[in-house]
Design a protein around this ligand. Structure first.
Ligand SMILES: NC(=O)c1ccc[n+]([C@@H]2O[C@H](COP(=O)([O-])OP(=O)(O)OC[C@H]3O[C@@H](n4cnc5c(N)ncnc54)[C@H](OP(=O)(O)O)[C@@H]3O)[C@@H](O)[C@H]2O)c1
Length: 347
């Protein structure tokens, strides 16, 4: 076994974040999690690698698994559990020929500063990873980018000239979906929760119009932005905005259900009251789970890798510094505090 000491603070005592209490009526807060010191992980066995956390991505969807059932994304999170999400890690020691000490890799890892993982759970980053920025592999080129591309391009079949509405458009998945739709020649309308996010959408990411879902009925704002209706809806939040899209979709329009962030903290999930629009308008409404589409990853990496290298699309992220910031960063993702994806930097 070969070993390596990564630069930076990752070499300190090992710590992990655990669910410390179930969220109360106010929804998920940073106080629901706590950071604990733990003994250093054992040396890796055959086919395993010891890795140090470098960048940890926050996923809103994890909230739906707290105290809940196992899903395709991972097990339900119970008291004392260490959640996991996609991260860039640095290999410290390896007993697998595919990974060498010092390599950077991406994979779904526990919220712990160092872990022993099967090498098969990690994908080595390309040689120009540092030039592209490590965060790119947690945004446009990572899990959220793959989710946006799969939903928009393969499930939603976005076409040039169409009008596309993206809800939660300034978040991790949403900021990718907006740019991918633009790159395919669509006209994009985005919704988000603050003036800063609206400025990102129309000023930087190329959306033609954007509205704040806190300011008045979403259906009115959407109709004003798209008087002729929308062709495709990419939904990250559900609830009122899903109802608004069903009202404004054109005859035979399509809706792709990616997530339902507005529903994760609710005891009773609210379905669309106007679902009969699906009948009258002959709408196609399709949900998808990105983990069921792994065979699309090479096509995604080829297309989006070229868009990133050509400067057509860019990763959008907000950085939180240091492992102790994980609980607040996760709660902040749900509260919509960051622009793009929230990423904890552990250098
Ligand atoms: N289908 C799949 O395979 C798959 C894979 C990954 C993620 N997802 C889903 O994709 C969605 C986006 O994930 P993400 O990690 O990129 O999160 P995110 O969009 O960065 O964060 C969630 C956003 O949802 C918005 N939101 C939260 N509560 C809301 C409410 N009550 N009403 C309206 N908007 C609300 C907030 O944005 P504002 O501040 O703008 O309101 C918040 O920033 C999530 O629903 C996630 O579960 C699906």
């Amino acid at each position: 076994m070969t070993t390596h000491s990564p630069a930076g603070g990752v070499a300190g005592p090992v710590r992990e974040v655990r669910l410390d209490r179930y969220p109360g009526a106010e929804g998920v807060t940073e106080r629901d999690f706590a950071v604990f010191p733990v003994t250093a992980p054992a040396s890796p066995g055959p086919g395993e690698a010891l890795v140090a956390l470098r960048r940890l991505g926050m996923n809103a969807g994890l909230a739906s698994r707290i105290g809940g059932p196992d899903t395709a994304y991972g097990p339900g999170v119970r008291l004392g559990d260490v959640p996991g999400s996609d991260a860039v890690v640095e290999v410290v020691a390896s007993r697998d020929p595919a990974l060498r000490p010092g390599d950077l890799a991406v994979g779904k890892v526990p919220w712990r500063t160092r872990s022993v993982l099967p090498a098969s759970a990690l994908r080595k980053l390309p040689p120009d990873a540092a030039d592209l920025g490590l965060e790119s592999f947690l945004t446009v080129l990572g899990h959220v980018g793959f989710t946006a591309w799969t939903g928009l391009v393969r499930v939603g079949r976005v076409r040039e000239g169409e009008t596309v509405f993206v809800s939660g458009a300034a978040g991790g998945v949403g900021s990718c979906a907006v740019q991918f739709a633009r790159a395919r020649g669509a006209r994009v309308i985005g919704s988000a929760g603050s003036a800063r996010k609206l400025a990102l959408l129309t000023g930087v990411l190329g959306a033609e119009a954007a509205f704040d879902h806190h300011e008045g009925p979403a259906a009115d704002a959407l109709r004003a932005a798209a008087p002729g209706g929308i062709d495709l809806f990419f939904d990250n939040v559900g609830g009122e905005q899903l109802e608004a899209a069903l009202e404004v979709l054109r005859f035979r329009g399509r809706a792709v259900l990616c997530g339902a962030a507005s529903q994760y903290a609710r005891r009773e999930v609210r379905g669309p009251a106007n679902y009969v629009r699906m009948i009258y308008q002959e709408l196609t409404v399709r949900g998808f789970t990105v983990t069921a589409h792994e065979e699309l990853r090479p096509a995604f990496e080829e297309e989006v890798g070229a868009l990133v290298r050509d400067g057509v699309v860019r990763g959008v992220h907000t950085t939180a510094e240091g492992f102790d910031a994980v609980p607040a960063a996760f709660a902040g993702t749900l509260a919509g505090r960051g622009l793009g994806r929230t990423i904890v930097s552990v250098d």
